[in-house]
Write a protein that binds this ligand. Structure first.
Ligand code: HEM
Length: 554
């Protein structure tokens, strides 16, 4: 009996071992170099251990195979391919798009358990993706974004008031959590553009829409679990469906979308925003309320977190480089002078230095470690020196955006913050994009749909802050940043609570800045860690029953 049990035990262990290592010779068969995988951990151990962000595993693979166009590695036990060569990256994103049209995440989202997320183009593939993308694209015309820029003006006014209220009356310094500040801004902008509501992030302690937004983005754990389980055993997707958006959050968004539609129809409101686009779409195509809510939530989820992280990094970079900050301030002043005291939408989107700052920030602080695509048909890529690289249908290929952005072969002195590398004289971002080394918004037919909206939203906030406040890094900031392994996107692990000191640009401070003899005092003041000022509500807000938000009429 004991022998039988022992036999079963040994067979079981042997089978598990075989299961875990079965694929480990895959890349050798195709003559593709790569690191030796470890049992259970493969080559991305942080996926399981979560000791550090997975970006550091990908980066090590990228840098260890400098002369290889592609590297074969194993995620847990599944063979995956890292594309290092920029020409091949362009091939995957654009030229051979038909063979890499699916995002790796695509078939992990189920329409029944996640009806809203399943309507986001990012989660879709094939015809469904094409249709959804075609429905959203006209929502981002130049005219509509221009109209939405006015809605951003209102949010900026709230933000300025909030920052001023945060500043200590004695020093004029406000120490703020930049990420939190920027998330409030983008939440209010995006809520205004889709749901036509004032989310009141700057006025209320914990506005419900902000909390619900956090819960949409808080699927980090589920995403990481799904990533782990599906790379461990990809067929899990066929019989188990993950739920990424909690049900109460889903119901909340469906409800506010329905309320927003009813309110607009009943009151005959004409407002050029994304909701207006969705209503026109509903008239033309008879799409359901769930479809509309799906589009709304997509815009919300894609729009607020990405832009708020980029904004946080822009503020950080400007705080670190006071000369660039001052140059931008001067540009803003000149633009406003030309505009007779205000800045037009056209002026905003065309400010060269501001554009370069954004491009450089998105290079030096990439938002994503890698972009993952799924090979949808057996394909042979042709690498340098005519080398044939066979990619089997179903293989995940990753494009190492983080590592490429910081590779000295592609960007001179890559750790130096230098917006001028994106100046028109140097060829702008187009040059790097054409080389296949700069793709913060992806590229090809699946490129980010909200790019122009995101740029406008980010630029508007930067202009507001730089014009009115002086930014400096708080001395408690731990640098260089260590990325937070709990987050899917690349965000610093440190609490950014005391990261910045925002300076109201009062006349007194302007004078201090213009007089070199007192500049030292200002520097000292910057270095002081001012306590966070507890903000108290100063305005009474219209509270709408249900979710404490007030609708915007026009
Ligand atoms: C600075 C902020 C943003 C960054 C850096 C960013 C970046 C990206 C990236 C890298 C992709 C994947 C592209 C690919 O798969 O090749 C993407 C896709 C997407 N983004 Fe953005 N994004 C930003 C803001 C926005 C905003 C504001 C919206 C909408 C309001 C948006 C909507 C989308 C959508 C719908 C997709 C899926 C496109 C598709 O699969 O067809 N994004 N974005």
């Amino acid at each position: 009996m004991l022998l039988i049990l022992l036999g079963i035990g040994v067979t079981f262990v042997a089978l598990v071992y075989l299961f875990l290592t079965w694929e480990f010779g895959h890349w050798e068969k195709y003559d593709i170099k790569g690191p030796k995988p470890r049992l259970l951990l493969g080559n991305i151990p942080n996926l399981l251990t979560r000791k550090r962000h997975i970006v550091y595993n990908y980066d090590a693979i990228y840098n260890d195979y400098k002369n290889e166009p592609v590297v074969g590695y194993y995620s847990v036990r599944t063979p995956q391919l890292m594309i290092r060569d920029p020409e091949l990256i362009k091939e995957v994103l654009s030229k051979s798009f038909h063979n890499f049209a699916a995002n790796d995440f695509s078939d992990t989202v189920d329409e029944k358990s996640d009806p809203l997320l399943a309507r986001n183009p990012f989660s879709l593939s094939g015809e469904k993706w094409k249709n959804r993308r075609a429905e959203i694209t006209p929502g981002f015309t130049n005219n509509r974004i221009k109209a939405m820029a006015h809605l951003m003006d209102e949010v900026c006014a709230h933000m300025t008031k909030y920052v001023k209220n945060q500043a200590s009356s004695s020093s004029g310094v406000a120490t703020l959590d930049a990420k939190e500040l920027m998330a409030k801004y983008t939440t209010d902008v995006v809520a205004s553009c889709i749901f036509a509501i004032d989310a009141q992030s700057f006025e209320k302690e914990n506005p419900e829409i902000r909390e619900m937004g956090k819960r949409i983005m808080n699927f980090n754990f589920v995403v990481q679990l799904a990533l782990f389980v599906t790379t461990f055993c990809p067929s899990v997707k066929n019989f188990y469906r993950f739920t990424f958006i909690p049900k109460d959050t889903e119901q909340f968004f469906i409800r506010i979308m329905q309320d927003a539609i009813r309110y607009r129809k009943e009151n005959n409101i004409n407002r050029t925003d994304f909701l207006d686009h969705l209503l026109q779409l509903q008239e033309r195509k008879q799409i359901t309320d769930i479809d509309i809510a799906g589009h709304g939530v997509s815009f919300f989820a894609d729009g607020f977190e990405t832009s708020s992280i980029v904004l946080t990094y822009v503020l950080y970079d400007l705080a670190k480089h006071s000369d660039i900050q001052q140059e931008l301030r001067e540009d803003i002043r000149k633009a406003k002078e030309v505009g007779g005291g205000s800045m037009s939408y056209e002026q905003l989107v065309e400010m060269p230095l501001l554009e370069q700052i954004l491009c450089e920030t998105m290079r030096i602080h990439p938002l994503l470690a890698v972009m993952s695509k799924r090979c949808t048909d057996d394909t042979t890529l042709v690498g340098p020196k005519d080398r044939k690289i066979f990619v089997k249908k179903g293989t995940t290929v990753v494009l190492p955006y983080y590592s490429i952005s910081l590779d000295p072969d592609h960007f001179t002195d890559p750790h130096k913050y230098d917006p001028s590398r994106f100046s028109a004289e140097n060829g702008g971002s187009k040059l790097y994009r054409e080389r296949g080394v700069y793709f913060p918004f992806g590229d090809g037919p699946r490129m980010c749909l909200g790019m122009r909206f995101a740029f406008t939203q980010v630029k508007r906030a930067v202009v507001e802050i730089v014009e009115r406040f002086t930014l400096s890094v708080n001395s408690k900031t731990i640098e260089p940043f260590e990325m937070n392994p709990e987050q899917f996107m690349l965000m610093p692990k440190v609490t950014v609570h005391t990261l910045f000191i925002l300076f109201p640009r009062s006349l007194l401070f302007r004078l201090l800045f213009l007089m070199p003899s007192v500049n030292d005092d200002v520097t000292k003041l910057f270095a002081n860690d001012e306590p966070v000022v507890n903000w108290m509500a100063t305005a009474t807000m219209k509270i709408k029953p249900g979710y404490g938000l007030s609708a915007i009429d026009a």
